[in-house]
Ligand binder design. Structure first.
Ligand code: GUN
Ligand code: ZN
Length: 446
């Protein structure tokens, strides 16, 4: 293969450390040069210090106008739920029965899977999400469609077919055997293919029998490099139901522990109602928590305790997640906005750097992918976005009076939406441009 070199020049932010430990961890390079070789950064630094490399490589740098930032990582979302975002007025268990399960039934049809996967991936790119941990439905074709679409876009994605064999509509249930076999077939077909990873995905404790949870543990033992993702302690009624269904387990998280589902590659969504035992199990098994603030507020679930999660670093890792369709917005700026406010209610003011880190470098660390993605540094894959105030005079006006990069980022979190995602690059190639998409859109709607 011929080596392909690309270079970009512009303002850039990245992380030199963890902003929960080091207040200087956010690095701002006012005039940065990024040189990318076959999709990976081979130089990141000041333009003037690095520009001689361009002459050696006989390339020039494309100027980027806007702020270059690592691509966003969404630790927990449901692609089959994009068409039920913003469904009114229910709390978790009714919301699942009334909106979610009916929507997921449609994924028996592979054509619907393909069309929705395409819509979801386009939406990720529009919102600056370059990697996500994604729930599909019980149907293996729903996962295949998402993986195929991710391959087409060359995206680093994690996904799995949901496992459920009770307490759900019959047509959304698999069996212990079919759930195991379908998951394993998908692992064999997609796990570690290009940039893809598989996640064994039991929906949550109430929808799997003991035998199914046990079979998930067996799958993880047989395929130790795959992820596990599930929900935990999201809603008070759910926690009470789990205590009833699993009387032999001493806490919600101990159910998953008892079936060998807790590994450093386990991503648990929500974790609002953790007791002391849950926190100590989470720490002991070095699990990842996905904080889903938009969903937790929208479904009325509760407030995640970010302070305690951070206090348990580095054993417990934490990042941000949209949890669409429980969450109401795939845009990570919106997720950060809600995360800030949820922490404010607990007298804990997250900084802009902390919010961005939880959605980039920190989330990549939580997925053990920090050797691949999540930052802008030599050796990593060049998934990045460009932030720029498009079409919003209010934001432009407010940014004009911002005095520091931290202040600008905070304003973007508080006032921004996906119009700020000017472009999204995957492995150095632009896969979304706000300008082009909107120009094309205006033309086609005339
Ligand atoms: N718990 C079990 N399934 C789901 C789901 O689809 N969304 C949310 N938010 N919580 C769940
Ligand atoms: Zn979820």
């Amino acid at each position: 293969m011929n080596t392909e070199y690309i270079a970009y020049r512009g303002e850039c932010i990245r992380f030199s450390g963890n902003p929960f430990q080091d207040q200087q961890a956010l690095e701002y390079i006012t005039d940065a040069l990024l040189i990318i070789e076959n999709g990976r950064y081979t130089y990141v630094g000041d333009y003037h210090s690095g520009k001689h490399r361009l002459a050696t490589l006989k390339i020039s740098a494309t100027k980027i106008s806007g702020l270059i930032c690592p691509g966003f990582v969404d630790l927990h979302c449901h692609y089959p739920q994009i068409d039920i975002i913003g469904s009114y007025g229910k709390q978790l268990l009714d919301w699942l029965n009334d909106y979610t399960f009916p929507a997921e039934l449609a994924f028996a049809d592979p054509t619907h899977c393909q069309a929705t996967a395409k819509k979801f991936i386009s939406s990720c790119l529009r919102n600056g999400v370059t990697t996500a941990a994604v729930y599909c439905t019980v149907h293996p074709q729903s996962a295949a469609a998402l993986f195929e679409e991710s391959l087409t876009r060359n995206m680093r994605m994690i996904a799995g077919k949901v496992l459920m064999n009770r307490n759900a509509p019959t047509d959304l249930c698999d069996t212990v055997q079919s759930g195991y076999d379908d998951s394993e077939a998908l692992i064999n077909r997609y796990h570690q293919k290009q940039r893809l990873s598989y996640a064994v995905t039991p929906r949550f404790a109430p929808t799997s029998s003991n035998e199914q949870l046990e079979s998930c543990g067996a799958l993880l033992q047989k395929h130790p490099s795959v992820y596990c993702q599930t929900h935990v302690a999201e809603n008070k009624d759910e926690v009470a139901w789990v205590a009833e269904l699993f009387p032999q387990s001493s806490s919600y998280l101990s159910v998953y522990r008892d079936f060998n589902l807790l590994t450093p590659k386990t991503i648990l969504g929500h974790a609002i109602y953790f007791n002391e035992q849950d926190w100590s199990l989470a720490k002991e098994h070095q699990i990842t928590l996905a904080h889903c603030p938009s969903s937790n507020l929208f479904i009325g679930s509760g407030l995640f305790d970010m302070g305690t999660a951070i206090a348990h670093q580095p054993e417990i890792t934490t990042g941000l997640a949209s949890d669409i369709g429980g969450g109401t917005n795939l845009c990570p700026l919106a997720t950060m906005n809600e995360a800030y406010k949820v922490s404010q209610l607990q007298s804990n003011s997250l900084t802009a750097a902390q919010c961005f880190w939880l959605q980039t470098t920190g989330a990549a660390q939580a997925l053990s992918l920090h050797g691949n993605i999540g930052n802008i540094e030599e050796g990593l894959e060049a998934d990045f976005i460009v932030l720029r105030a498009n079409d919003s005079q209010d934001i432009q006006q407010r940014l004009a009076s911002a005095e520091s990069i931290e202040e600008k980022l905070f304003v973007m979190i508080m006032m921004g939406d996906n119009r700020l995602i000017d472009a999204t690059y995957i492995m150095g190639q632009r896969q979304h441009s706000y300008q082009i998409e909107n120009y094309a859109h205006h033309n086609s709607s005339r």
